[in-house]
Design a protein around this ligand. Structure first.
Ligand SMILES: N[C@@H](CCC(=O)N[C@@H](CS)C(=O)NCC(=O)O)C(=O)O
Length: 208
């Protein structure tokens, strides 16, 4: 199996899960731009990472679905779904993917929602307010878990949270305004599997 990634992207979440589980999945880190090459469009016509290619050539996209696959196939009991942790993990992954990750679109591609520089400015302004409310919610969530993780135990949601929070550096928002999320980032970066995944994706720890 091959997992397609690209530096700086959300593909880091399944890449971290692969490292945590020591799963026999090859990481193929595309140089930025190659996600629109003919060769990669044959893998994922949407030109996005992550994509997991099975040995029979079939392809699974969507980070949360790839994480669910890695958990089911290689995660053993720790990530079994029929437990309160499993349901909470699914809830957190769904929120991170459909709400938090999606909200960054207004920062990375404001032109999707606006046609003029003036309306782009409004989109960005609203995007940062929306991201701030998501980050406050996530900060409370970590505080309530009574530990450094999003849930009472470490889960794949932490891998997803880690990559979306790295993107805050590219916005006017500041990680130090969400102290539990800053602590979460530091804890993740102490983890050797996270360090390995970062290296495989051509990235470095942030030293938050
Ligand atoms: N809904 C998809 C979104 C994937 C996605 O947004 N991938 C980004 C990187 S984080 C990407 O490949 N962007 C390149 C592009 O859209 O051109 C998922 O959750 O996997």
């Amino acid at each position: 199996m091959k997992l397609y990634t690209m530096p700086g992207t959300c593909a880091l979440a399944p890449n971290i899960a692969v490292a945590w589980e020591d799963a026999p999945i090859e990481i193929v880190n595309l140089p930025y731009g190659d996600h629109k090459s003919d060769a990669y469009l044959a893998v994922n016509p949407r030109g996005q990472v992550p994509a997991l290619v099975f040995d029979d050539g079939s392809v699974l996209t969507e980070g949360a679905a790839i994480l669910a696959f890695i958990g089911a196939k290689f995660g053993g009991d720790a990530f079994a779904r029929d437990t309160p942790l499993g349901y909470r993990e699914a809830e957190a992954l769904s929120y991170l993917s459909s709400e938090v990750h999606a909200a960054f679109k207004g920062h990375f591609s404001p032109g999707t929602f606006a046609e003029t520089p003036q309306s782009e400015k409004i989109v960005r302004h609203k995007t940062y307010a929306r991201l701030d409310s998501h980050f406050k919610r996530l900060n409370d969530w970590v505080a309530e878990s009574d530990g450094p993780w999003l849930l009472p135990e470490r889960s794949y949601a932490d891998a997803y949270l880690y990559i979306v929070m790295r993107w805050i550096e590219r916005t006017p928002l500041k990680l130090e305004d969400y102290p539990k999320l800053a602590e979460h980032q530091r804890e993740m970066e102490k983890d050797e599997s996270v360090q390995l995944a970062l290296e495989r994706q051509g990235m470095k720890p942030t030293k938050a």
